[in-house]
Ligand binder design. Structure first.
Ligand code: NOJ
Length: 549
């Protein structure tokens, strides 16, 4: 049976504003992105996730939307968007767009109407209180240090409004049938441009299942099912990808019976992958995999190393988070919100191309589909001189020319100054410098994507983790029907020998697929792998009794 497209997708996240400037005004735009589509297609990605590109004051990188039906004029027009979707399709690339249903910008006409008139029908779109209830400690605002409370008093409205994020993002009331209808209208509008689905922002908060208010909307999962049914009916095969950062006991609820969200970002595994990378021990990853619920038919995890936000380590115990801080964020200025790190992948891994490659290989080996943040495929760095999470949102580095090839505008007109100095500066780290260069991060990621796409059992089906007798080594298989791939990763900077007993598998031989290890069979199921520092190897498990394992 063929799998739905999103179960074999390689997702590439793009922030239009920072990717490529097509009209020379210093701001990334759809024309620039369209001109750079070949880079994404040649990388091997199959799907682009667009961060919010709507008209917005952009006080939260576009997650403060002031008009759901347009394109920020600085990024182009609806025609430019349509041309982009068309050109992406020509290259076999699907498009998922971010949709922010939890809140609007305070400049949105709905909020402006709501605050001016208690009797306005828009008043019910938001959450008001004359005297907000005290919020239980630790359940308040999303961005501690940047906001003091989830309630702000509005003089014009004469009431407090609720905002779990910033005060300029009043929370929408999804209990209101009109807000649900607005949602479907917005989805309908963008589907007519041929997008293949949506990344839904902050789903548990949208449904009132998380956050300080604790006001669950009526039948939250029924509402999610109705969104999914609408999308399915509009174009079957469209996908909903949820930002659902909840505990493992609640994750499965968002897949429903395969009739709610088809894809969930795996924040839990993300946390534990970083603990493993920092401590050079496999145990955290193995533990995370054992906590994950199984995914219903037609659904999948989306795995990632870094996204456009801080590396939020909220699922780790404080002492384990400290271990990650010690390795990857030794300076206080690299940390944020008392729970995370405002750095990109490559600098955290010391810019070591082998280690970065192994981290990507590990990502690709996990059950689910991979998501790569723009720029991570060349090992870009962060800009810690920028405030907060902005540090991890630099402009794309294409070549060593002015502004790193991002824009022909004078440097002071660019939406961000390029990263100038050091190994992650645009002169050292850029697409042109790595193209065709063996061992570069770009070519390694390309090879891994090729490996992943050519071997449908990688990242799919049943995942089995094996004991390795070497705490630094993760050894696991993923299997679809009778075909299995084995991945062995050495997380440490030392050469390691690891004996692995591939129990539960019948007689087999290992056929090398990618990476490098010396392997010595010891009996039928036991194999000893000698892995170089930060080394990894992939094998196809070939049954010797005539059937694939
Ligand atoms: C989640 C987004 O990933 C983040 O960037 C944003 O600040 C919040 N939602 C609020 O919209």
């Amino acid at each position: 049976m063929t799998e739905p497209w999103y179960k074999t997708a390689v997702i590439y996240a793009v922030d239009v504003e920072k990717f490529a400037d097509g009209d020379g005004d210093g701001v990334g735009d759809f024309r620039g992105l369209t001109q750079r589509l070949d880079h994404i297609a040649e990388l091997g990605a199959t799907c682009i996730w667009l961060l919010p590109f709507y008209p917005s004051p952009r006080r939260d990188n576009g997650y403060d939307v002031s008009d759901y039906y347009g394109v920020d004029p600085r990024f182009g027009t609806l025609n430019d968007f349509a041309a982009f979707v068309h050109e992406a399709g020509e290259r076999g690339l699907r498009v998922l767009i971010d949709i922010v249903l939890g809140h609007t910008s305070d400049t949105h006409p709905w909020f402006q109407a709501a605050r001016r008139d208690r009797d306005s029908s828009f008043r019910r779109y938001y959450k008001w209180s004359d005297q907000p209830r005290p919020v239980p400690p630790g359940r308040d605002i999303a961005f501690p240090g940047e906001e003091k409370s989830a309630w702000t008093y509005d003089e014009v409205a004469g009431a407090y409004y609720y905002h779990p994020f910033y005060h300029f993002q009043p929370d929408l009331n999804m209990n209101e049938p009109e807000v649900q209808s607005e949602t479907l209208r917005i989805i309908d509008f963008w589907m007519s441009f041929g997008v293949s689905g949506f990344r839904l922002d902050a789903v548990p908060l949208v449904l009132g299942l998380e956050g300080p208010l604790d006001e669950i909307i009526d039948d939250p999962h029924g509402v999610l099912r109705s969104f999914r049914a609408f999308v399915d009916q509009r174009r079957s095969g469209s996908a909903l990808l949820g930002e659902v950062d909840v505990g493992p006991q609640h994750l499965a609820e968002y897949f429903g019976d395969g009739d709610e969200l088809q894809m969930l970002f795996d924040f839990l595994l993300n946390n534990y992958m970083f603990e493993s990378l920092a401590t050079e021990r496999s145990e955290p990853i193995v533990r995370a995999l054992s906590h994950l619920p199984s995914t219903p038919h037609g659904t999948t995890w989306v795995n990632f190393l870094r996204n456009h936000d801080e590396l939020n380590l909220g699922w780790l115990m404080p002492e384990d988070r400290d271990l990650v801080y010690e390795q990857f964020a030794p300076d206080e200025g690299m940390r944020i919100y008392d729970r995370g790190i405002r750095r990109r992948l490559a600098p955290m891994l010391g810019g070591d191309a082998r280690r970065i490659e192994t981290a990507f290989s590990l990502l690709f080996s996990m059950p689910g589909v991979p998501m790569i943040l723009y720029g991570d495929e060349i090992g870009m760095g962060e800009d810690l001189s920028r405030p907060g999470r902005d540090a991890v949102r630099p402009i794309m580095q294409w070549d060593n020319g002015p502004n790193g090839g991002f824009s022909t505008a004078p440097a002071d007109k660019c939406v961000r100054a390029p990263i100038e100095s050091g190994p992650f500066g645009f002169r050292e780290t850029n697409v042109a410098a790595q193209t065709g260069v063996e061992g570069s991060v770009l070519e390694s990621v390309r090879d891994l994507i090729k490996l992943w796409r050519q071997n449908p059992c990688i990242g799919q089906g049943t995942c089995r983790v094996f004991e390795t007798e070497a705490p630094e080594v993760v050894a696991h298989t993923t299997s679809v029907q009778s075909s299995s791939a084995l991945a062995v990763h050495n997380l440490s900077g030392r050469e390691v020998e690891a004996a692995v007993t591939l129990h539960e598998l019948g007689p087999f031989t290992l056929s090398p697929l990618h990476g490098h290890a010396d392997v010595r069979p010891e009996g039928v199921q036991r194999h000893v792998f000698r892995l170089p520092p930060y080394g990894y190897a992939w094998y196809r498990v070939v049954p010797t009794n005539g059937e694939e394992t």
